[in-house]
Ligand binder design. Structure first.
Ligand code: PLP
Length: 394
């Protein structure tokens, strides 16, 4: 159904919703039955007919081609620009490690980032002497302030800007189009970590103008763990070097042991065999979202997170650490928990109320993900539970 989401029909496909209020899709989504079925059916085929028989090989090739086609139409990108990976971090590092760094080249990121991005950035500094500049952002900074800070940080000599599309720590939806345009004006490229954005909101990779975009399958794209996707803009593929030289990066090799590397195919970045079963699962996950329509899904993520923010903000003693400006908001709601250890808070909500959330750092607190499959009642009950636990722990 395009336009609205039939919540009951969707929840019938998510067994865990019968027992748990699942608000941790930003870590890993709940298992949807069509995803489990797609994985199961591929494994069944492999048990009965073999993965590496002629039929098995053809089936794997078809599955991969189908997945890439589905991703291309979902993200409005060329089939050759998208490659399934194992996770977000793998894709980020294919980009970071695949560029030819010179000592002193500039790299810009920001302080709210997930340690995946920070670890990658510091790794480049340690290995290549990259000049790392970390924009100090506050989770409640408005768009103008964010852009002014990036304007100051992206100086001549900046090679790459590496930031999340949506910040995991506070749900801040970054003004990525403006940052990409700033970077491009100054000769820098941009890699986005789409872990909290892909599948959460409509992402049009071509219109956005981004250079590289890495995302996970297991979060908002509703796929299984062990899946991810990397996008590289067509004209940048040839220059990106494989970090892991492997048979996937080699076009041909000779009897004397010499090789010719692949140039244009993104497959050159991969290190070895992938799981067809998991790729089938990811295709099913993306298929669910495509069937619902991302406009409706995104709208519901935002409506539910607004409801949660309104409820929480009205409760004395509750402090939101996530933006409330609709332009900067996402389905991630974060709050400070005062002197309470965030992991203790998470545990109480899980043990006492069957609500699954997570702790976050910088800003410290807890994160509740409002996903399209959550109900309004779940939002209200979770807000009440948060208040009760805060009151008894303070
Ligand atoms: C913004 C961000 N980047 C990267 C990651 C790591 O993702 P993956 O395990 O897919 O590499 C996460 C996971 O929580 C994240 O939220």
């Amino acid at each position: 159904m395009e336009g609205t989401v039939d919540i009951k029909a969707i929840r019938d496909q998510i067994p865990i919703t019968q027992s748990i209020t699942y608000m941790n899709t930003g870590w890993t989504c709940p298992v949807f039955t069509p995803v489990a079925e797609a994985i199961r059916s591929q494994i069944q085929f492999e048990m009965e007919q073999g993965a590496a028989t002629l039929a098995g090989i053809a089936r794997s090739e078809e599955a991969l081609a189908r997945l890439r086609q589905a991703l291309a139409s979902f993200f409005n990108a060329g089939v050759e620009e998208l490659m399934p990976t194992q996770n977000t971090t793998a894709g980020l590092n294919m980009v970071a490690g695949g560029l030819a760094w010179r000592e002193g080249d500039g790299l810009v990121t920001c302080s709210l980032e997930h340690p995946s991005v920070l670890g990658m950035a510091h790794g480049l500094r340690n290995r290549f002497g990259v000049n790392l500049r970390i924009v100090q952002l506050n989770s409640l900074d408005d768009t103008e302030t964010i852009l002014a800070k990036f304007d100051e940080a992206i100086i001549p000599g900046t090679r790459l800007v590496a930031i999340s599309h949506v910040q995991y720590s506070c749900g801040l939806r970054m003004p990525v189009e403006e940052i990409i345009s700033l970077a491009h004006q100054r000769g820098a490229q941009v890699v986005l970590d789409g872990a909290q954005a892909a599948g959460q909101m409509a992402v049009d990779l071509t219109t956005m103008g981004v250079d590289y975009y890495s995302m996970p399958g297991q979060k908002w794209l509703l796929g299984p763990g062990g899946t991810g996707v990397l996008y590289v803009r067509q004209n940048l593929i040839a220059d990106l070097q494989p970090v892991a030289g492997s048979y996937r990066s080699v076009a041909s090799w000779e009897a004397d042991g010499t090789v010719t590397f692949k140039d244009q195919a993104l497959e050159k970045l991969l290190a070895g065999t992938a799981s067809t079963a998991l790729q089938c699962g990811l295709e099913a996950g993306v298929g669910i979202l495509a069937g619902l329509g991302m406009a409706a899904v995104e709208q519901r993520h935002l409506a539910l997170s607004n409801r949660m923010k309104d409820r929480l903000a009205a409760m004395p003693g509750v402090q939101l650490t996530c933006p409330v400006d609709p332009a900067r908001s996402s389905g991630l709601v974060t709050i400070a928990v005062g002197g309470i250890e965030p992991s203790d808070f998470v545990e109480r909500l899980y043990r006492e109320d069957d609500i699954a959330i997570r702790a976050v750092l910088h800003p410290d607190g807890v994160r509740l993900c409002t996903a399209f499959f959550n109900t309004e009642d779940e939002i209200d009950e979770a807000a009440d539970a948060v208040k009760r636990v805060l009151d008894t722990m303070q």
